[in-house]
Design a protein around this ligand. Structure first.
Ligand SMILES: NC(=O)c1ccc[n+]([C@@H]2O[C@H](COP(=O)([O-])OP(=O)(O)OC[C@H]3O[C@@H](n4cnc5c(N)ncnc54)[C@H](O)[C@@H]3O)[C@@H](O)[C@H]2O)c1
Length: 256
């Protein structure tokens, strides 16, 4: 018996990076998984690999998390393909640098749509579906950048801070309605994915990672597995008394 035996999870942004690793690790613990992504082919390829490797049900779905109608279609498709839905991981995201004085307005708007409004839409559409197959768990991937600001990530900081508080409001609404659905957020610092290279843009991937590691008390950056273990805990019944809460995965940054 795995820690997630019998659970059915939808993971957004599942074509690569953290989302794909979370889906793999959940499948290893016995879950059936639906992976959704703007990159539909990537999500389908990841789902095929996971189904072959772990012998679980896995589906890949094309999904733009900024669109309400895409959410309705994707949640319904995952619910039908997996025979119910217990877990939603709101993971899809982007990170565009820029300060209040120089960020393009279009980049601000896009960041709000992809990193914050999408999580609202996901919670709105999935909550009644998860309640139907309760116990349920919504896991919102925020960031340590939602708790600590930098001058040059004004949109990302703001969107991820919004996800932190949105999580608490949704958690309280779920309990108020008597839904057995818990809602929590995860706040990673630098995690070893292509997002790091897109944002740091130094001479080499190794140099980017070394530069970031120097800013962390533990002198290393995190891995997608670090996020995966936190997701497994929050998705499982082990965290049955945890809602409206947050887990920081930051190597000590926020303790400074
Ligand atoms: N990598 C880090 O250092 C780090 C740190 C803290 C938080 N996070 C958060 O973790 C999450 C995953 O990041 P990652 O590092 O795996 O990034 P990534 O760029 O490797 O993966 C993001 C995925 O989201 C998908 N995506 C982007 N826009 C989308 C849209 N509109 N609809 C559907 N899918 C879309 C992309 O296609 C991609 O597959 C993000 O929310 C990110 O903000 C990352």
């Amino acid at each position: 018996m795995g820690r997630l035996s019998g659970k059915r999870a939808l993971i957004t942004g599942g074509a690569g990076g953290i989302g794909r690793k979370v889906a793999e690790m959940m499948a290893r613990e016995g879950a059936d998984v639906a992976l959704s992504d703007l990159n539909g082919q990537g999500a389908e390829a990841a789902a095929t690999d996971i189904a072959e490797h772990f012998g679980c049900r896995a589906v890949g779905l094309k999904h733009d998390v900024t669109l309400l109608e895409d959410w309705e279609r994707t949640v319904a498709a995952a619910d039908e393909a997996l025979g119910g839905l217990n877990v939603l991981v709101n993971n899809a995201g982007i990170c565009i640098p820029g300060s209040v004085e120089d960020i393009d307005i279009a980049d601000w708007d896009l960041t709000m749509d992809v990193d914050l409004n999408s999580v609202f839409l996901g919670c709105r559409v999935a909550l009644p579906v998860l309640a139907k197959s309760a116990p349920g768990s919504i896991i919102n991937i925020s960031s340590i950048a939602g708790l600590i600001a930098s001058y040059n990530f004004v949109a990302y900081n703001t969107a991820k801070a919004g996800v932190w508080m949105l999580t608490k409001s949704v958690a309280l609404q779920a309990t108020r309605q008597g839904y057995d659905v818990r809602v929590n957020s995860i706040h990673p610092a630098f995690i070893d994915t292509s997002m790091v290279d897109n944002v740091v843009g130094g001479a080499s991937p190794e140099e980017n990672r070394a530069k970031l590691a120097r800013q962390v008390p533990m002198k290393k950056i995190g891995t997608p597995e670090d996020v995966g273990y936190a997701c497994i805990y929050l998705a499982s019944d082990e965290s049955g008394f945890v809602t409206g809460s947050e887990i920081k995965l930051d190597g000590g940054i926020s303790a400074m």
